[in-house]
Design a protein around this ligand. Structure first.
Ligand SMILES: Cc1cc2nc3c(=O)[nH]c(=O)nc-3n(C[C@H](O)[C@H](O)[C@H](O)COP(=O)(O)OP(=O)(O)OC[C@H]3O[C@@H](n4cnc5c(N)ncnc54)[C@H](O)[C@@H]3O)c2cc1C
Length: 322
């Protein structure tokens, strides 16, 4: 990756070089499109030591996947620059993205900027994020099978997270924290599956030499091997919102609307991965990136047809001697 670019014109500019953006870049590069990726290089899972559930790459460090991806797309002439896309404009003619290093004009824009995990304000949790404190049972449950799993509640959905984790261990401890007591049905379901409830506000995570040891409540420390919790998911969608892309309200808040191909409500503006889909894990982000690339390329082909000169105007068709 390099960190500078002059003002450039390209077929497609992709903002965000995580799994979704790089996957789109790979397909578009292989389709012989000119592509520039602008990336702050702060992928969501950057603090995790290993990535799981990605076929063919199970256990690979997540940053290695991206490094490998950048090498692969470079072979097709795709450039990746480190930078921050700060604003954008889009109309029927094209798009323009302003970064901290210059301006990029392109025929289409793909936004693949991911999301930000807003962590609960618990001292020690941020330092453990991605190692001793995690979010996704399918990403990290297997590594903690049979361990003591603490589930720190952040919302009404946290009881469900505890029940899900029971699949991996019969030593799950549920901390309602400040969310409130489980209701009678939930308490009964927790008890039936042997999930212990530890009441009281969580004061901090207790660690020794950076290793998680337990969860500190007012009067005591409960030993746990790992903490699962549910951060608030905030899409990194400032660019899309500044462009006026349509959003929809759902149970997880307001998210920009994009169809399965990544098409937003705006012409020439596409969005893919966690920025529009909180469920897009690495595999899904890779898959959707390739779908979006196909849809963008199809539109480029249509434009190429429209722009091509009519056959009757070519010298051969008009019978002009060569
Ligand atoms: C701790 C943790 C562990 C995880 N483990 C797994 C796992 O084991 N397996 C799995 O499948 N999933 C895992 N995930 C989920 C995984 O991180 C996401 O599914 C994946 O990162 C989504 O890819 P993305 O390309 O949409 O976004 P990201 O990977 O977050 O990439 C977005 C990129 O866009 C850049 N960006 C943002 N704004 C701008 C801007 N304005 N200008 C330029 N660049 C910008 C960011 O810096 C980043 O590089 C984990 C998540 C967490 C939090």
């Amino acid at each position: 990756m390099n960190s500078t670019h002059r003002d450039v014109d390209t077929d497609v500019v992709i903002v965000g070089g995580g799994p979704a953006g790089l996957s789109a870049a790979l397909s578009l590069g292989r389709a012989r499109r000119q592509v520039l990726v602008v990336d702050q290089a702060r992928p969501r899972n950057r603090t995790a030591l290993h990535m799981h559930g990605v076929l063919g790459h199970d256990g690979l460090p997540p940053l290695e996947l991206l490094e490998k991806g950048r090498r692969e797309i470079a072979a097709y002439g795709v450039r990746v620059v480190v930078g921050d896309a700060v604003s954008a404009r889009a109309d029927e003619e094209g798009v323009e993205v302003t970064t901290d290093a210059g301006t990029i004009r392109a025929r289409h824009l793909i936004v693949a900027t991911g999301l930000t995990d807003e962590l609960p304000e618990i001292p020690g949790l941020r330092e453990q994020w991605g190692t001793g404190a995690v979010v996704c049972p399918y990403c990290d449950g297997w590594e903690h099978r049979h361990h003591v799993i603490g589930v720190v509640a952040t919302s009404a959905q946290s009881v469900g997270q505890a029940q899900l984790l029971r699949q991996w261990s019969d030593r799950v401890v549920y901390f309602p924290n400040v969310v409130g007591e489980p209701d009678a049905a939930e308490a009964d379901a927790l008890a039936r599956r042997g999930i212990r409830v530890e009441r009281g506000a969580v004061e901090s995570l207790v660690t020794s030499n950076d290793r998680l040891e337990g969860i500190r409540l007012a009067q005591r420390t409960v030993p746990v091997d790992v903490v699962f919790t549910g951060p608030t998911l905030r899409p990194n969608d400032a660019l899309l919102r500044s462009l006026g892309a349509r959003a929809a309200d759902g149970p997880a808040g307001s998210w920009i609307d994009a169809d399965r191909d990544g098409r937003t409500s705006l012409p020439r503006v596409w969005a893919v991965g966690n920025v529009v889909d909180p469920r897009a894990n690495v595999s899904v982000s890779l898959g959707l990136g390739s779908l979006t690339a196909g849809a963008v390329n199809a539109e480029l082909v249509q434009e190429d047809i429209t722009r091509a000169p009519a056959v009757g105007t070519s010298p051969l068709a008009s019978g002009t001697a060569l």
